[in-house]
Design a protein around this ligand. Structure first.
Ligand code: ATP
Length: 333
C-alpha cells in the first residue's frame, strides 16, 4: 500500500509516531516507526497488536518496511486516535500536580481501561505498561495503546518474554523480578487512577530515582497513598487493585462489577474535553506535544543491582518523561 508520512504526532522512548495518509483512499492513520535494525520491540508489538480486536484497544492496520533517506525503516500502521493520551487530558485539565479529574470522570476512564484489560486478559495477553501516557482517547472512549512491553502468558507462545514496563507503575512482584502477569496490569491500573486523582502526580512520592522506587515498591511493604478526596467506594476500588500480594488483587472481570464503577455508570458519561483533530485536518498542522527526546541512563551500581533483581539483565533503561521505561534486550526470537 502506498502512503505518505505526515508530521510527527508523538515520540516515545523507542519509536516515532507520525500521521500518515493513503493517497488513494484519503484515509488517515498513525504510523509508529523505528530503524529496522533496532525494531525488535516494534516487531514484537506488531505480533501482539495484530491479534487484538476490541473497541478498547488501538486498532491494528498492518506493517511494512520502507527506505527513507537511505535507511530501512520498520513501520507499524494503526488507527489514528484523535484525542491524545489520557496523560495529555489530565494535564490540560490543570495537571502537573495542581489539578485533578472529578471522580465521575475518573470512574468513566477507569471503566473503559478495564474493559480493554478484561479483553486482553481474557485471551492471555498482559499489557505490562499500563499508565496514562499509554491510554489514547478516541471519540468512543479510552483505548489501550503501546503494546511494546506486552506479552502472552502462555510461555509456549512467548518463550523469552522479558520483564519490562515503567518502574513507578510496577507491582511489587514485578519490581522484585519474580513474575509479571495479568495482576501486574491491575496494580498499574490502580497507579493510573492515582495519576488521574492527583492531576498527573506519581503513585510514589519522595523518591529520588528509579532505583530507589524499585526498592521501595519491592521491599518496603508499603502501598501508594490514596488521594484523600476520593469517596470510600473509590478508595475501596484502589485497595482491590493495590494489594501487594498479586493473588489477592481483583481481576479485571471482578473490578468491572465493583460499586465504584457502578456509580460512574449510572451517570451520563463524562470525560475531560479534548481538542480532537478531525482525521483530515491532522496532516495540516501540529497539534501534538512532542515528548522530549529520551536519553539513556547510565547504569550505576545500585541500578545494576536492580538489573539483577529484575532477572533479565536490564540493558535498556530510558527516561520516559518523568519516569523510565525498561525493556531488556533478551527477547529476540
Ligand atoms: N494510534 C495513535 N494515534 C494517535 N497518536 C498516537 C497513536 N499511537 C501513539 N500516538 C502518540 O505517540 C506517542 C508515542 O507512542 P507510543 O507510546 O506507542 O511510543 P513508544 O515509543 O512505545 O513510547 P514509550 O516511551 O512509552 O515506550 C503517544 O504518547 C501518543 O501521543
Amino acid at each position: 500500500m502506498n502512503w505518505t508520512r505526515g508530521h510527527t504526532i508523538g515520540r516515545g522512548s523507542s519509536a516515532t509516531v507520525s500521521a500518515a495518509t493513503s493517497p488513494h483512499s484519503g484515509n488517515v492513520f498513525a504510523v509508529k516507526s523505528t530503524e529496522l535494525s533496532q525494531s525488535q520491540f516494534l516487531q514484537r508489538e506488531q505480533k501482539i497488536l495484530s491479534t487484538l480486536i476490541s473497541p478498547h484497544v488501538v486498532e491494528y492496520i498492518g506493517y511494512d518496511i520502507t527506505k527513507e533517506k537511505d535507511r530501512l525503516v520498520y513501520n507499524l500502521h494503526m488507527e489514528y486516535v484523535p484525542g491524545g493520551t489520557l496523560s495529555d487530558a489530565i494535564r490540560r485539565h490543570g495537571g502537573g500536580g495542581g489539578g485533578r479529574l472529578d471522580e465521575a470522570v475518573i470512574g468513566n476512564y477507569t471503566h473503559e481501561i478495564l474493559k480493554g484489560l478484561e479483553y486482553i486478559h481474557s485471551i492471555g495477553v498482559a499489557h505490562c505498561d499500563v499508565k496514562s501516557q499509554n491510554i489514547l482517547i478516541g471519540e468512543s472512549g479510552a483505548k489501550l495503546a503501546d503494546f511494546g512491553c506486552a506479552k502472552w502468558l502462555n510461555p509456549r507462545e512467548d518463550k523469552a518474554a522479558p520483564i519490562g514496563g515503567t518502574p513507578m507503575f510496577m507491582a511489587p512482584e514485578v519490581a522484585r523480578g519474580e513474575e509479571q502477569g495479568l495482576s501486574g496490569d491491575i496494580w498499574a491500573l490502580g497507579c493510573t487512577v492515582i495519576e488521574m486523582a492527583t492531576g498527573g502526580g506519581s503513585p510514589w512520592t519522595r523518591v529520588a530515582d528509579p532505583v530507589s522506587v524499585l526498592y521501595r515498591i519491592g521491599f518496603s511493604g508499603e502501598i501508594p497513598e490514596f488521594p484523600d478526596f476520593l469517596s470510600s467506594q473509590a478508595k475501596d476500588f484502589l485497595g482491590k487493585c493495590l494489594k501487594r500480594d498479586p493473588k489477592e488483587r481483583w481481576t479485571a472481570k471482578q473490578l468491572l462489577n465493583h460499586t465504584f464503577l457502578g456509580e460512574s455508570n449510572s451517570h451520563t458519561k463524562q470525560f475531560v474535553e479534548f481538542n480532537s483533530d478531525s482525521p483530515t485536518s491532522i496532516l495540516d498542522h501540529g497539534v501534538w506535544n512532542t515528548v522530549e527526546e529520551s536519553e539513556t541512563l547510565d547504569l550505576d551500581s545500585p541500578a545494576k543491582r536492580i538489573g539483577l533483581l529484575l532477572c533479565s539483565g536490564v540493558a535498556n533503561w530510558r527516561w520516559d518523561e518523568n519516569w523510565i521505561t525498561i525493556r531488556s534486550n533478551n527477547n529476540e526470537h
